[in-house]
Write a protein that binds this ligand. Structure first.
Ligand SMILES: NC(=O)c1ccc[n+]([C@@H]2O[C@H](COP(=O)([O-])OP(=O)(O)OC[C@H]3O[C@@H](n4cnc5c(N)ncnc54)[C@H](OP(=O)(O)O)[C@@H]3O)[C@@H](O)[C@H]2O)c1
Length: 246
């Protein structure tokens, strides 16, 4: 398949996990990817991949949205066909441990980030292009401890529906991919210890009918579908990819 032949795609959080797998898919199918991240070593490594340009751009920083647009102008000549707003993080606290700083941190990256990025990038998205936001099944399953994280992803899901209507006049499709538990660096970034992650993973596994974690590649497949013309009549939809968990 060459669904991304000569297509240009921006992917936030594209130096690891789901974002990186999606960038590799875009390139494998003939396209070019501009990806963001923060860790310099990972950025340098990903920059070595043919067809991928990796830049430092922190989704927590509101000013970084305009910097991302400037990079699109420089790298892609001011026009993109696809945008995958994927960078995100999660941390878990039960009600009595909720903290204002944690609320700001997660909402800053997971909600304000993609909203400002879309504001900055939308004029560069070609008519007929596609936008995909990364949500999570936490917005639907009532996972204890995920109050803030789930709220961020629910907010993104709602915003996706709005944007799908706002951009429909330009034939730009806006959808979300909603992963279940996926084997990536996500869990190391939660602040949980290795032992806690192991316990958490075992607990989750019991709830997945397919009996395993998904891979980043499996989310990349769904995202590539939504970004491509294969999904030409799909907009305003959240595509759940969770082994049946939700
Ligand atoms: N893994 C799961 O089970 C799962 C389930 C549902 C939803 N998701 C969602 O999937 C998305 C991607 O996560 P992943 O699982 O692929 O995790 P991952 O392997 O940790 O990848 C996260 C990527 O985002 C980048 N990133 C993190 N914070 C960033 C920031 N402030 N600005 C720019 N880039 C940033 C990371 O690079 P740097 O650290 O270098 O910045 C990395 O490239 C997230 O939105 C997450 O909520 C994951």
């Amino acid at each position: 398949m060459n669904r991304f032949q000569d297509k240009k795609v921006v992917i936030t959080g594209g130096t690891s996990g789901i974002g990186l797998a999606t960038a590799k898919r875009v390139v494998a199918e003939g396209g070019q990817a501009l990806v963001t991240g923060r860790d310099e070593a990972r950025l340098a490594e990903v920059n070595e991949i043919d067809g991928v340009t990796a830049i430092a751009n922190d989704s927590a920083d509101p000013a970084a949205a305009d910097a991302l647009r400037a990079a699109v102008d420089e790298v892609f000549g001011g026009s993109v066909d696809g945008v995958f707003l994927n960078a995100g993080l999660g941390a878990f606290q039960p009600i009595q441990a909720l903290e204002s700083e944690e609320f700001d941190r997660q909402f800053g990256v997971n909600v304000r980030g993609p909203l400002l990025q879309l504001r900055a990038l939308e004029p560069a998205v070609a008519d007929g292009g596609a936008v995909v936001l990364n949500t999570s099944i936490v917005n639907d399953v009532g996972m204890p401890g995920a109050g803030i994280y789930a709220a961020t992803k629910g907010a993104v899901r709602s915003a996706m529906k709005v944007f799908s209507n706002e951009l429909a006049a330009r034939q730009i499709r806006v959808n979300a991919v909603s992963p279940g538990p996926i084997e990536t660096g996500f869990f190391s970034a939660t602040g949980l210890s290795e032992e806690e992650i192991q316990g958490f993973a075992e607990q989750i596994l019991d709830q997945v009918p397919l009996g395993r974690f998904g891979s980043a590649d499996e989310i990349a497949s769904a995202t590539a579908f939504l970004l491509s013309d294969d999904a030409s009549f799909v907009t305003g939809t959240e595509l759940v990819v969770d082994g049946g968990m939700s």
